[in-house]
Ligand binder design. Structure first.
Ligand SMILES: Nc1nc2c(ncn2[C@@H]2O[C@H](COP(=O)(O)OP(=O)(O)O)[C@@H](O)[C@H]2O)c(=O)[nH]1
Ligand SMILES: [Mg+2]
Length: 304
């Protein structure tokens, strides 16, 4: 099973892998370690959007450890690189935490186009596969198309959806969804929200109101508040994330579109700067293209 997961991530990340390892394999690892090799690795990491700070930390580690462990060849250095990346990413990963409250509520945040609705759909299908009854709350009432899009995902995943009309109060949708899930004994409510409103303040206020509505049912909910970030914008998503973090607690991050980017390395600065665990990665548009974030599988996928 582990193997097939690695294969899926690899398949999904083939472009990320290609871009990162292109620059790494343009370097011949099949040689003795010299200053030039370190420079080439450094450039490859920067190109992958690993960021200046983390890149410096990695290069320093490689120089020091290769000396200490008397590693003389490029392949050995590649092994050290993998080791360091896994070490950096391990505290950055976390699993989805459910409490079994019937319902557990998971709130999704993020700007327009980041991949919230798609992620809600994919996760709904996964949870259903695990035998859970899932309800989707269409709390992006900003456009009718957003509600229709979530309906398509509900049909695809085979789960129930609670929706109101375009322009309705999102908090009212959330109230109805959680209330009906509670009376029916459903396991999980996934709340899809809008990413674009008239102003940033308006958006943040709306999200806070949704959260208060959820808390009326249980102080322990939402069990997760997941911030969805578009992986193709790399480190640029950090400021975006800070805005959401200021408005509300965020318990986990989902990084989407890692199948179509050369900036997959941005996971590192995102996690280090935000101090929020990455819980899932999106590696495609299909229903199965959502993976729990596993640092070792990720590093293997991009470097092997
Ligand atoms: N390639 C790829 N596309 C994705 C992924 N996640 C979402 N998308 C696409 O990104 C676009 C915006 O996604 P959507 O879920 O509507 O974003 P939202 O506005 O945050 O709800 C859609 O075309 C999705 O199919 C992913 O992991 N990989
Ligand atoms: Mg959406």
């Amino acid at each position: 099973m582990f193997k097939s997961m690695v294969d899926r991530i690899k398949k999904g990340l083939s472009k990320t892998k290609k871009q990162i390892s292109d620059s790494l394999s343009a370097i011949s690892f099949n040689r003795k370690i010299d200053e030039e090799l370190f420079d080439e690795i450094e450039i490859a990491l920067l190109k992958a959007d690993v960021g200046v700070e983390a890149t410096e930390e990695i290069i320093e580690f490689l120089k020091k450890e290769s000396k200490k462990r008397k590693i003389k060849d490029g392949e050995g250095l590649k092994g050290l690189l993998k080791e360091k990346l896994v070490e950096i990413l391990t505290p950055c990963s976390g699993e989805l935490q459910l409490k079994g409250e019937k319902p557990d509520v998971i709130l999704f945040l993020g700007i327009n186009g980041s991949g919230k609705t798609t992620t809600v759909g994919k996760l709904a299908a996964q949870l259903k596969k695990q035998g859970k009854s899932v309800v989707l709350a269409a709390a992006d009432t900003f456009r009718a198309a957003a509600i229709d899009q979530l309906q398509v995902w509900a049909d695809r995943a085979g789960v129930r959806i609670v929706k109101h009309q375009e322009g309705a109060d999102p908090a009212a949708v959330v109230y109805d969804a959680v209330n009906s899930a509670k009376s029916r004994g459903d396991d999980v409510v996934l709340v899809d929200t809008a990413g674009r409103l008239h102003t940033k303040e308006h958006l943040m206020k709306e999200l806070q109101k949704i959260k208060r509505t959820i808390k009326k049912f249980s102080e322990d909910q939402p069990v997760e508040t997941l911030l969805v970030l578009d992986g193709t914008i790399g480190q640029n998503s950090i400021n975006q994330a800070k805005t959401f973090k200021e408005a509300t607690d965020v318990s986990g991050i989902v990084i989407t579109k890692l199948d179509g980017t050369a900036k997959g390395g941005a996971l590192i600065p995102i996690c280090q700067k935000l101090q929020i665990p990455i819980k899932f990665i999106g590696v495609g548009e299909d229903i199965e293209d959502l993976q729990p974030f596993d640092p070792k599988a990720f590093v293997d996928a991009i470097l092997d």
